[in-house]
Design a binder for this molecule. Sequence first.
Ligand code: AHG
Ligand code: MN
Ligand code: MN
Length: 331
Amino acid sequence: MSRITLSRFLIEQQRSANLLPAELRFLIETVARACKAISHSVNKGALAGVLGEAGTGNIQGEAQKKLDVIANDVLLEANEWGGSLAGMASEEMDLPYAIPGQYPKGAYLLLFDPLDGSSNIDVNISVGTIFSVLRCPDGVTEPTEADFLQPGSRQVAAGYTLYGPQTMLVLTVGNGVNGFTLDRETGSFVLTHPGMRVPAETREFAINMSNQRHWEAPVQRYIGELLAGSTGPRGKDYNMRCVGAMAAEVHRILVRGGVFLYPKDGAERPGKLRLLYEANPMAFLVEQAGGAATDGRECILDIVPTGLHQRVAVCLGAREEVEIVTRYHAA
Ligand code: AHG
Ligand code: MN
Ligand code: MN
């Protein structure tokens, strides 16, 4: 059988499932094209002078890497002219990005973490791009911050591109999760991982253990039980992996299972990950793949955002594990 490219996959989704208006298909293809350009920059690394600090900071007080800024610019430039967007918001920009006046406006809002796992760039470890698509509220042509503050359950598409040993785009339009591998010879994303599912059973977890002193009691209890292994209450030994890029953690969970936590990590912070750019799109993907995602208390997708750059605690992956963590928080 001939290979199914992302373009063909999207057209077939549009025809059969009727899930995908042409405007949304165009938008996803444009995001994919931008990710190919980002992939080129990531791959060239020092040869293109793209490693290291940009010398600037973002609204979260984080030092920006050159590739954070490059990836943000690539996504803005690729998506501003196509006519399917009313606005964009990014982890790297204080305010929503208005579509320049010379271009037509469309029905959607695009939100992204242009480069996820920035601390991995200079040491040649996987990084990613995470994106989320919402509908712009009816009648709004100049969206403000408030128009982006929609719960994750309203996402119409979400995905990530992982720049690892292979570049892979993993996507949901609310009809399961499908993974595409970039074929550098043809320049196409090819469907290689159809119908991705989070395995129900796992023996693997991911968490940054260096924050242990900050965790609340339910997380201490849960991780303590995993660490206790076969002689503890879970009755089995667990392995631990932690890449430092949420896109890579989620990808591992979609392929071979597991659970990922980034809990509250200090008196002042509910966690590190951003609700709109990281937690929501990943929660949508994981739920579409049969897993679960909560902040320890409620489903990530039910949280009504109060700010564009809001942070949230995250626990996602195998449903049973997430349910245990959430039950411990309720106890
Ligand atoms: P970003 O590079 O976009 O700021 O995101 C990094 C995030 C997430 O991808 C990762 O899981 C986490 O931060 C790692 O943070 P720690 O180093 O604190 O574990
Ligand atoms: Mn990130
Ligand atoms: Mn980022």
